[in-house]
Design a protein around this ligand. Structure first.
Ligand SMILES: NC(=O)c1ccc[n+]([C@@H]2O[C@H](COP(=O)([O-])OP(=O)(O)OC[C@H]3O[C@@H](n4cnc5c(N)ncnc54)[C@H](O)[C@@H]3O)[C@@H](O)[C@H]2O)c1
Length: 244
């Protein structure tokens, strides 16, 4: 059960739905975890590294800050993300810039800084959060899908380039997950979130949309030695529901 005893992990988006589940499970299984988010008040972790990922200096410095606070860095989970909705004709310059900054540029900066640190100490694992909508086009979320396709591609490219250094890099690609990201989207569109989630449950072959733990379990697997031969995988976690 304690797959992560003695491991040091950095998790971004640690205060969010999926992030909190990842942090909780990693700590339960023995990892020391540095939690990063805009506000980490009330988030349990061995190190607290609050900041805004659109601040490039913060993103660049995060892996070293985690390594220093924890005494090493073996696992990085780039989980933070934002979703701006709508087709391109309804998208602003700000929608584009902030989506690229949070969903692509921040994980790029964090990976660029983390890989040499991990390589120096014998390797490690990075898990990025893409989306089913990064590997298949989804409706009415053009910028979001583009950013998730970019992080999926970056994951595959980095995995090839850095495998020799002992750093495995993979991505998890969830379909709908019951988190604040999903529920606020329903609220913004004037739907009752509970009713909308119940309706969405019916569209999934396994009978329900994902809970954060369903995704966190796969993230932990990819971060663990049990996934030692996985490198550059884009793992869809979708309850059998393909993108339509
Ligand atoms: N919920 C879903 O249906 C779903 C589906 C596929 C992929 N995802 C992806 O899963 C990841 C986690 O999403 P979630 O559903 O838990 O959402 P969430 O909104 O609950 O959590 C996202 C977290 O990222 C943090 N974050 C956003 N912008 C930031 C910034 N500039 N600086 C620092 N932190 C910032 C937020 O504060 C938040 O805590 C995201 O990358 C998301 O795109 C979610």
């Amino acid at each position: 059960m304690h797959y992560f005893e003695g491991k040091h992990a950095l998790v971004t988006g640690a205060a969010g739905g999926i992030g909190a589940a990842i942090v909780g499970m990693l700590r339960e299984r023995g990892a020391l975890v540095a939690v990063a988010d805009r506000d980490v008040t009330g988030v349990d972790g061995e190190a607290h590294l609050p900041g805004d990922l659109t601040d490039s200096a913060y993103a660049d410095a995060l892996p070293a800050a985690a390594a220093e606070a924890l005494g090493g860095l073996d696992i990085v989970v780039n989980n933070a993300g934002i979703m701006r909705r709508g087709p391109v004709t309804a998208s602003s310059d700000e929608d584009f810039a902030i989506s690229v900054a949070v969903n692509i540029e921040a994980p790029f900066r964090i990976c660029r800084a983390a890989i040499p640190l991990m390589a120096k100490t014998g390797g490690g694992a990075i898990v990025n959060t893409a989306s089913c909508w990064g590997v298949h086009p989804g409706p009415d979320h053009a910028i979001y899908c583009m950013t998730k396709a970019a992080i999926a591609s970056l994951t595959q490219c980095m995995a090839r380039d850095h495998a020799q250094e002992g750093v495995r890099i993979n991505a998890v690609c969830p379909n709908e997950v019951d988190t604040p990201m999903l529920r606020t989207g329903f609220e913004q569109r004037g739907f009752d979130p509970a009713g909308a989630v119940a309706e969405l449950d019916k569209s999934v072959p396994l009978g329900r949309i994902a809970q954060p733990d369903d995704i966190a379990d796969v993230v932990l697997f990819l971060a663990s030695d049990q996934a030692r031969y996985m490198c550059g995988a884009l793992v869809e976690v979708n309850g059998g529901k393909s993108v339509s």
